[in-house]
Design a protein around this ligand. Sequence first.
Ligand SMILES: [Zn+2]
Ligand SMILES: [Zn+2]
Length: 121
Amino acid sequence: MPGSPPRPCRAPMCAGKTTHKHGYCDTHADQAVTWKKPAHKKSGRGGRPWRRIRERILQRDKGLCQPCLRKGIYTPAAEVDHIVNEASGGTDVDDNLEAICNPCHKAKTQEEARRGRGVDA
Ligand SMILES: [Zn+2]
Ligand SMILES: [Zn+2]
């Protein structure tokens, strides 16, 4: 980038300045080799760490299927589901997620698929 101002070198105690992208002066450029940006893996969910979200929701809901719990049934949850599904504008916020068991999840997915196809409409 032309015109980008020199920044202080990232190396500790170095008074040097640099215009390098890695942020080290020429003397310390070798240190930049080990410094890497954390890789942003595409998880297919907008880069959000779904596994961690999932664990958090399962913990919050005490590992119990919430739709079952509302009916007074205690079923161990196997999944974390979007209350408002992503196709309908739902997001990965905690409020839109709940623990769910496989049968409930399947039923909900089928229900959503049916509505999506407009068979009932
Ligand atoms: Zn330096
Ligand atoms: Zn259930």
